[in-house]
Design a protein. Structure first.
Length: 549
């Protein structure tokens, strides 16, 4: 294994052809050098580690090199060598994050009037240019307006929106993009081969995902891993170094969460934490895994940057999982504030519990069907209304999706058809279309609660004139639903959806009531402990439903 110098410096691109992932920019600058149409000011924007400073140095060599080849510097002349060694007199690099005041810019402005000592152009590279103070920016603006012919300014920044528009308008702007995973893997593989280090292929994938599009970060991580573990370098070594959990175990954790298994989720999470896994990195791995699964579920498996066998495993895991479940879980895990240290598993545990509860609310059909058999309290003593299936399949899912995506729909006020004229047939139409109505409402983003999920607890529905009467088996669901339709927009969306799917101008108002349930004859007062408390002067303040075991 060879070693001399830090990797990101040792393997810094020396020509435009060496720049990876920024071909449009290198092509444009090379063409400007070939034709002699060099601007007096450039603005290089983009994330860290994408080649802004390297491009500025290559540009400095190319505009001053006497032996250029198709716009590329020769790297053999005196000027090219001095730039490569970092002692070029006519290349002045200023870190404006620490030299951001007006005095530094005035010094540059005064020195810019002097001609270059050994080169054709004097090049000023202002790194992190957005850190300049307002006064310094105004002083720089004057120089950019009337620059000397022998001076070129290159402003590099990760936050171009913080620069004044007057400065941006006087520069040729180039936006550097994040480097793709495929290109970064090829680059790291080339470096490892040149350093004579044997590296597992999975190491390259782990490092590139960790570096989030920054080639410099990827090269630094590779160097750190090689320095720490030498050759051969395995994925276990990198996971230990970066505090990452093995992909298989992250996938197992996601599987427990999507299956709604709180116990196994918490056990595996705490086991990973005990083994020294960085919880912030674990959160990022979970988000990446859930994103891959969501893409696969929506038919975008070609966008997943994973080997085919991993994509096949992910597809098998989510075969019977609803899209909403994956989306709810991804949102819950992704909303954790990873900018703060997480020495405790509590934030992840709360997110896991929240996602499982929300998923069970949105997909509570199986639980409701089981409860209706095992719990006699689900049965109503009211005989007239027809009992509904709480989780039916829609007859036409495309229509349900279309209704769900429609906003500000006007009520239908047609008088034709028997369903509008005959109250009994209108009631029958409503009951027949109720499954599709629930399905459509489940996909509408409400103000606070999901109306479709709450209506799965609605076991009776009938029309009383122009009032829609809904019977709920749980008080909490009824109260949440009433709270939701108190909002005029939510109520309008509910009635509009019913009218559109049922094809009639059915209700203009909504009324909710709690069902009288069999098996509830034993009142709280009949309980011996409650009766004893009453005899001692106590009062019943609130009656709560018994939670299912």
């Amino acid at each position: 294994m060879t070693s001399s110098g830090v990797f990101y410096r040792k393997w810094r691109p020396q020509t435009f052809n060496d720049l990876v992932g920024q071909e449009p920019i290198s092509r444009a600058i090379r063409q400007a050098i070939i034709t002699g149409n060099v601007s007096h000011a450039y603005l290089f924007c983009g994330p860290r580690g994408t080649g802004k400073t390297s491009t500025a140095r290559i540009f400095t060599k190319a505009v001053n090199c006497v032996n250029t080849t198709e716009g590329n510097p020769c790297n053999n002349c005196t000027i090219c060598i001095s730039v490569n060694e970092g002692n070029a007199i006519d290349l002045l690099e200023l870190d404006t994050a620490s030299n951001r005041g007006i005095d530094e810019i005035k010094s540059i402005r005064d020195k810019a009037n002097y001609a270059a000592l050994e080169s054709r152009y004097k090049v000023y590279v202002l790194d992190e240019a957005h850190m300049l103070t307002r006064e310094a920016s105004n002083a720089l603006l004057k120089t950019l307006e009337e620059p000397p012919a022998h001076v070129i300014f290159i402003l590099a920044t990760t936050e171009p929106h913080r620069l004044t528009n007057t400065i941006i308008s006087r520069c040729q702007r180039f936006d550097f993009r994040r480097i793709s995973t495929k290109i970064m893997v090829e680059r790291l593989r080339k470096i490892a081969a040149a350093e004579n280090v044997s590296v597992d292929e999975a190491v390259f994938d782990a490092i590139t995902r960790q570096s989030t599009g920054s080639l410099r970060d990827a090269e630094t991580l590779l160097e750190q891993a090689i320095t720490s573990f030498g050759s051969p370098l395995t994925i276990q070594d990198v996971n230990m170094l970066l505090g990452l959990a093995a992909d298989e175990r992250v996938r197992d954790l996601i599987g427990h969460i999507l299956a709604g298994n709180v116990t196994n989720s918490f056990k595996l999470l705490n086991q990973l934490s005990t083994e020294g896994t960085d919880l912030v990195q674990l959160q990022r791995q979970m988000v990446d895994e859930l994103r891959d699964m969501l893409l696969i579920k929506f038919g975008g498996s070609e966008l997943v940057v994973q080997p085919s066998e991993i994509v096949e495993k992910q597809s098998h895991m989510i075969m019977n999982i609803e899209q909403e479940t994956i989306l709810v879980t991804l949102r819950a895990i992704g909303q954790i504030n990873s900018r703060m240290d997480m020495p405790s598993t509590l934030p992840l545990e709360l997110a896991i519990l929240s996602s499982i509860q929300n998923s069970s609310t949105n997909n509570s059909s199986d639980n409701l069907e089981v409860d209706s058999v095992s719990n006699p309290l689900k049965r109503s003593t009211v005989e007239t209304p027809v009992r509904l299936n709480p989780n039916p399949e829609p007859k036409n899912e495309s229509l349900a999706i279309e209704i769900a995506n429609t906003s500000n729909t006007n009520y239908k006020n047609t008088d034709s058809g028997t369903s509008q004229g005959n109250p009994r047939e209108r009631d029958s139409t409503l009951k027949e279309e109720w499954p599709r109505i629930i399905k459509a409402l489940s996909r509408i983003k409400a103000r606070r609660f999901n109306m479709g999920a709450l209506l799965r607890d609605c076991w009776e529905v009938d029309l009383d004139g122009e009032t829609l009467r809904l019977g709920f088996s749980h008080r909490s669901h009824m109260e949440r639903f009433m709270d939701e339709i108190d909002n005029p927009e939510s109520k309008r969306g509910l009635i509009s959806t019913i009218c559109d799917i049922a094809g009639t101008n059915l209700p203009v108002d909504v009324s909710c009531y709690l069902l009288n349930r069999e098996g509830d004859a034993k009142k709280p007062k009949d309980n011996a402990l409650v009766q004893a408390a009453i005899n001692l002067g106590g009062n019943i303040v609130e009656e709560r439903e018994e939670l299912p075991q």
